[in-house]
Design a protein around this ligand. Structure first.
Ligand SMILES: [Zn+2]
Ligand SMILES: [Zn+2]
Length: 214
C-alpha cells in the first residue's frame, strides 16, 4: 500500500516566516489526500509535549505526523552550506553545524539527513543556491529533495543526476509556508508508514519516490 507524505512544512507556531496554523494544517493535509506530513521548522524540532497534542488531533483522521527539523548548515567562517531536513533525532539542533559535521551527528544518533532544495537559486542567480548545490556530492546524505516548488527543470535534472551517482532516493516536499501549498510536492512510500521509525527506515532503504502534483 503506497502512502503519501509532504516531507517539508513550516507552521507559524515555530517558524516566524510561516502563515500556517497547525490545526488548519491537519484539515488541509486531509483535503490534499495525504497520509501524513512532517513538521520541519527552521532550526528546531517541536517539543514532544506540543507535538503529541497535535498528533492526538491528527491520529483519529489516520494522519501520521513526523517531527523533523530544517537546519541551515554553516561552516566555521559562518558561510552557508545549505539547508538540510533532519528526521529521527530526539532533540533540536540549535547550534552552528558545518554540513559534514551535521551529517555525522545525525547518523551517530540514528537519524537521517536530506539535502533540502539543493539547487534552489538565490537572488544572486546562476550558481548561487539557497541549498547545498554540488556539495551534495561530498556529503553522506540519505536522500535529496528532488521536487520542491522552487526547483526549476534544470534543478530537477541536476538532482536526478546526483541521485543516480550517489545511489540515493529523491523526495518531494512543499516547503509550505502558506496553507494552500501543502501537498504540492510529496514523497510516495512503497509501504504503509505507521510511525517515525517506519518513515526513517523506508527512506534509508530508498523505498520512496518524489512526486509533483501541480
Ligand atoms: Zn530551506
Ligand atoms: Zn523549509
Amino acid at each position: 500500500m503506497t502512502t503519501f507524505f509532504d516531507l517539508h512544512i513550516h507552521t507559524q507556531k515555530y517558524s516566524d516566516c510561516s502563515f500556517i496554523h497547525p490545526e488548519e494544517l491537519i484539515a488541509q493535509a486531509l483535503e490534499a489526500k495525504l497520509n501524513g506530513f512532517a513538521l520541519t521548522e527552521h532550526g528546531m524540532r517541536w517539543p514532544d509535549e506540543e507535538f503529541d497534542k497535535l498528533k492526538k488531533i491528527a491520529e483519529p483522521h489516520g494522519l501520521v505526523l513526523i517531527n523533523g527539523q530544517e537546519i541551515s548548515a554553516r561552516n566555521e567562517k559562518n558561510e552557508m552550506e545549505g539547508d538540510f531536513l533532519v528526521f529521527g533525532m530526539k532533540y533540536s539542533l540549535t547550534g552552528r553545524y558545518a554540513a559534514a559535521e551535521l551529517a555525522q551527528l545525525v547518523h551517530d544518533q540514528n537519524g537521517i539527513i536530506i539535502a533540502a532544495h539543493p539547487y534552489k537559486l538565490s537572488r544572486r542567480g546562476k550558481t548561487h543556491y539557497y541549498g547545498a548545490g554540488d556539495k551534495i556530492y561530498h556529503l553522506p546524505i540519505d536522500a535529496i529533495e528532488l521536487y520542491h516548488p522552487d526547483h526549476s527543470s534544470l534543478a530537477v535534472a541536476k538532482v536526478q543526476k546526483a541521485m543516480q551517482k550517489l545511489g540515493i532516493p529523491g523526495v518531494g516536499g512543499s516547503d509550505a509556508h502558506k496553507i494552500f501549498n501543502v501537498g504540492s510536492c510529496v514523497t510516495v512510500f512503497e509501504n504503509k508508514i505507521k510511525n517515525e521509525a517506519d518513515f526513517v527506515e523506508q527512506i534509508r532503504r530508498g523505498n520512496v519516490e518524489a512526486q509533483k502534483r501541480v
